[in-house]
Design a protein around this ligand. Structure first.
Ligand SMILES: Cc1cc2nc3c(=O)[nH]c(=O)nc-3n(C[C@H](O)[C@H](O)[C@H](O)COP(=O)(O)OP(=O)(O)OC[C@H]3O[C@@H](n4cnc5c(N)ncnc54)[C@H](O)[C@@H]3O)c2cc1C
Length: 567
């Protein structure tokens, strides 16, 4: 088995130097946070990483309606929960171990990098718990939360149906009220992650359904908590019909669930009637950031393994890391993977700041689709590059990187495809907002550019300034086209999301390069880490941000020509 590796130095640089988390939470000093992450990382290396490959090979199975997960996941889940890792980030009043959100997100990243399939069980249960804690009744909370905290009850989110994927409003599952206040649920949900499994004694499904006479589309959707087992221990009428054979995340069952096949599936409404979509968005926004973390973590892990491999592998009498093209691939992978880490932890810190009373909602809303879509697309690309660095050994199973390619792809598809994220970003987060939040963000970026001027980097700073000024032209173009050629607007939403994402990631890497430069003036850079942060910024500007010039042409010049062309 290939050795587990994690770039803790970069995680600490993000949490301490860049995000200054201990300043936000004076009750945590750097040592406290380092201890949590060191211990967590030890657990990843010793317990989680060894289950990644074996879990992938064993996969999940279904027999007589019973779904089994890889055997090694049982002991792992028990140890994970006994060690209290599941509780990180939750308030002490409910039995949690409080930690800043950015710190718990850094742990999530390590977990996902170590075993993506297992991590999905943990994150879905966190997501379901958060909904129940925020919107569930006292009775639901008392009945389920303590056991969820102990790892005995899992959670799922059930949106997708055969005819309702991206178009969630087309769902057909019905919830009919009963005289005791509960609902009878009837319908089929497709592709439900962890939908059934023997890891937990019970599962709480959060199900979107319509009540009789509810309005059409998403406005008529309500949310229901539907347990696999009722409070008295009897089975609720929820059946796993089949599990999907798929490309990756083989340790995570993807289930077709039939609710109420015998007309006896009971659920309780969460929140109010017809408010289900809004509540589910609370869960989905968290899970979207988790998707971003999936892309980031797989990319960072794939880079770490590729770098180690390239130092050892000799061709033409030297380690391949010294060959120009391999060096290019590795520098590009590192800049991108660390840029994605900076992006996702930055968004995580905005949640922390929000909890502490700052108004960060607008920026969170703007950056969530970027975090989800850009991190997962580029995370996947980094994993593919990792395979290339390994040559033929990357394509075979022995070196662990082909599994990153297989496991990371799904994050570009679920929780709203990246195409849907891009439309949301362009239409709701930018145009509907009259680009106010985007302009506020650009003001911050201009301030960083000013701060960086004493350090040179003229070409790169000009590139960033130019990308921002061209954004004005793009927005003017959209304004003009939105009345005459909406296809040209929507058809370039993915390009636009990528365009802005590159500006944001280049900015975050610039901020980190400035910090590295400042630190280098007062401390020695023994292992060259600080210098590498400057290289990351420069390389990302040359290899990624520079392509915004072409993307500008694609959006504003060429796309219009497609209006009358069909596939
Ligand atoms: C392994 C796995 C796990 C999953 N886990 C869950 C889960 O736990 N819970 C759950 O509810 N679902 C889950 N899903 C389902 C997943 O969320 C959907 O597959 C996804 O939302 C896309 O829906 P679809 O597959 O029907 O594709 P479609 O909606 O048919 O989309 C196909 C293509 O059309 C594009 N498209 C669709 N509509 C538009 C539009 N209006 N404008 C532009 N482009 C559009 C999409 O971007 C995509 O490229 C999972 C799926 C998989 C494969």
């Amino acid at each position: 088995m290939v050795l587990y590796r994690a770039d803790l130095r970069d995680i600490y640089f993000n949490l301490f130097d860049f995000l200054k988390i201990p300043k936000l939470y004076p009750q945590f000093n750097e040592q406290d946070i380092t201890s949590i992450i060191e211990e967590f990382n030890k657990f990843m290396s010793q317990e989680v990483w060894p289950t990644r490959e074996s879990g992938d090979q064993e996969g999940v199975h279904i027999s007589n309606g019973i779904v089994t997960v890889p055997k090694c996941f049982h002991e792992l889940n028990q140890k994970f929960c006994e060690n209290g890792w599941f509780k990180i980030g939750y308030p002490e009043e409910i039995g949690g171990v409080f930690a800043p959100y950015a710190v718990s997100l850094a742990c999530t990243s390590l977990l996902n990098g170590a075993n993506a399939s297992y991590s999905i069980f943990v994150e879905l249960t966190h997501g379901a718990m958060n909904i129940i804690l925020k919107f569930g009744t006292k009775q639901m909370q008392q009945q389920w939360i303590p056991s969820m905290m102990e790892g005995h009850i899992g959670g799922t989110m059930c949106l997708t149906e055969p005819g309702a994927g991206s178009d969630v409003g087309a769902l057909k599952t019905m919830a009919t009220p009963m005289s005791d206040g509960r609902y009878k649920i009837k319908g089929t949900k497709l592709f439900i992650s962890a939908g059934d499994n023997d890891l937990y004694k019970n599962i709480v499904h959060l199900v979107l359904a319509k009540t009789p006479g509810a309005p059409e589309g998403t406005k008529g959707i309500s949310l229901f908590a539907v347990p696999k087992l009722n409070a008295d221990g009897s089975s609720n009428d929820v059946l796993c019909n089949k599990i999907e054979e798929k490309m990756g995340i083989h340790g995570s069952p993807t289930c077709e669930l039939v609710f109420g096949g015998n007309d006896n599936c009971l659920g309780e409404m969460v929140g109010k009637e017809c408010e289900g979509m809004g509540l589910m968005f609370v869960m989905m926004n968290e899970v979207r950031l988790f998707c971003g973390i999936q892309g980031e973590s797989q990319a960072n892990m794939a880079f770490m393994l590729s770098e180690a491999y390239a130092r050892e592998r000799i061709q033409f009498g030297k380690p391949i890391i010294d060959l120009p093209d391999v060096k290019r691939m590795l520098l590009k992978m590192r800049a991108k993977a660390r840029g994605l880490r900076a992006l996702n932890l930055y968004v995580g810190s905005l949640f922390d700041r929000k909890c502490l009373g700052e108004s960060t909602d607008g920026l969170i809303a703007l950056l969530t689709p970027i975090s989800k879509a850009y991190s997962t697309d580029e995370g996947f690309n980094v994993c593919v590059e990792a395979m290339q660095v390994h040559g033929g050994y990357g394509y075979i199973k022995d070196y662990a990187v082909e599994q990153f390619v297989r496991d990371s792809k799904i994050a570009t598809i679920y929780e709203g495809t990246n195409g849907i994220q891009a439309m949301d970003f362009l239409t709701r987060k930018v145009l509907k907002d009259q680009s106010k939040t985007l302009q506020e963000l650009f003001m911050k970026i201009h301030a960083s550019i000013k701060k960086a001027q004493p350090y040179g980097w003229n070409k790169e700073l000009t590139l960033l300034t130019l990308s921002m000024s061209k954004t004005k032209d793009i927005l003017n173009y959209y304004e003009e086209k939105s009345t005459t050629n909406m296809e040209a607007v929507l058809g370039t939403s993915v390009d636009f999301l990528n365009y802005i994402s590159r500006i944001v990631v280049a900015w975050l890497l610039l901020e980190q390069a400035i910090l590295a430069k400042e630190k280098m003036m007062i401390e020695k850079d023994g292992d060259g880490y600080l210098a590498s942060k400057i290289t990351d910024y420069l390389f990302y500007s040359h290899q990624d941000l520079a392509h915004n010039a072409g993307l500008y042409q694609t959006i504003c010049v060429f796309r219009e020509d497609y209006q009358h062309i069909s596939v």
